[in-house]
Write a new protein. Sequence first.
Length: 254
Amino acid sequence: MRIDIVTIFPEFFDVLDLSLLGKARQSGLIELGVHNLRDHTHDRHHSVDDTPYGGGAGMVMKPEPWGDALDAILGDAVTVKNAGTHDDGPILLFPSPAGDQFNQAMARELSLEQHLVFGCGRYEGIDQRVVDHYESRSRVRLVSLGDYVLNGGEVAVMAMIEAIGRLIPGVVGNPESLVEESHEDGLLEYPSYTKPASWRGLDVPPVLLSGNHGAISAWRRQQQIERTERVRPDLLTPELQPPANAKASTSPRR
Ligand code: ADE
């Protein structure tokens, strides 16, 4: 997968040299380009923002540097819009609190793409015409990390790249570890334990020491349901609701 990022803070993305994503870059599974928006300004001060038309607080990012930067990345690559396959050319992603909620399903969908281009807005956002223009040429999505406001898109892009990147085959060494994670089957994950079997008076649940794989699977599933019901009841579909007479939980409260 190719990932391009346009930002006024390229250093933010230095951490992508580290850990699993750093290894994925070294091995060529992920190819990364980080582009400084200011390299696409043409005035003495390298300005990327200006006051908003209509008044109001804050500054808005000017369209011209964005146009130059994105044209340079997209080149001739911008092809058929919404052609319905993942070979449709790059997809442009603008992190924004006004976007669609990013989640595991979206991460999985985006992990199948060949080229992601992220545009990190700052200040009060990017002149709307940038999105309007590229929507007529390419696939464009506004994506929100959650219902809170960050100072800019960089942190949101970091989170998205990590969530997407680890789903690319080969990035995580043992693909089995991706299967039983929170959100993969619509539920939060079950609690995990390792040695020692007893620590500070707290014992590992005996079923996990039983060697009975059926009982372990059933216990883990029940833990997932109970934890989801307790922490994120909004995720529970009717078929996953525990029966009304289910006995009180023995789960850790987390
Ligand atoms: N930029 C500012 N706030 C954001 C958020 N919540 N999600 C994505 N991008 C953002």
